[in-house]
Design a protein around this ligand. Structure first.
Ligand code: 5GP
Length: 113
């Protein structure tokens, strides 16, 4: 059963896509928690970072570098941004397809809730 994000990759569900290449997709979160709230996901179906393997090292590096590139290209890298990956129930994960939250455009509090 494909996840919600697999359906977005397949264009079965619409999304505001702002970057795509052969390995990753970036699109705006439907419920933004900051002026810029972008999800960066691998096209490969990996449920969460804890399920990733050594064979995914390069992909995960590409995911991180893509997030930084998207922040730069959208004009909020200079003021700062945060990358978050929720893993499992206590981590706040709700969609079982690994994704990076890229948040920026306002000061973000620390520690997180
Ligand atoms: P998680 O809670 O798993 O870390 O993050 C899932 C994220 O997906 C949430 O921030 C949620 O707002 C976002 N989301 C859920 N459904 C959709 C959708 O249909 N479209 C988009 N663009 N984002 C979604």
């Amino acid at each position: 059963m494909p996840t919600l994000f697999e359906k977005i990759i397949a264009r079965e569900i619409p999304a505001n896509i702002i970057y795509e290449d052969d390995r990753v997709l970036a699109f705006r979160d439907i419920s933004p928690q900051a002026p810029h709230h972008i999800l960066v996901i691998p096209k490969k179906a990996i449920a969460r970072i804890a399920e990733a393997g050594e064979e995914d090292e390069a992909l995960i590096g590409h995911l991180l570098l893509t997030a930084a590139k998207v922040a730069k290209e959208n004009g909020f890298a200079e003021t700062g941004f945060r990358l978050v990956m929720n893993n499992g129930g206590d981590g706040g994960e709700t969609v079982p397809h690994m994704h990076l939250h890229l948040l920026g455009g306002r000061p973000l509090a620390w520690p997180p809730g």
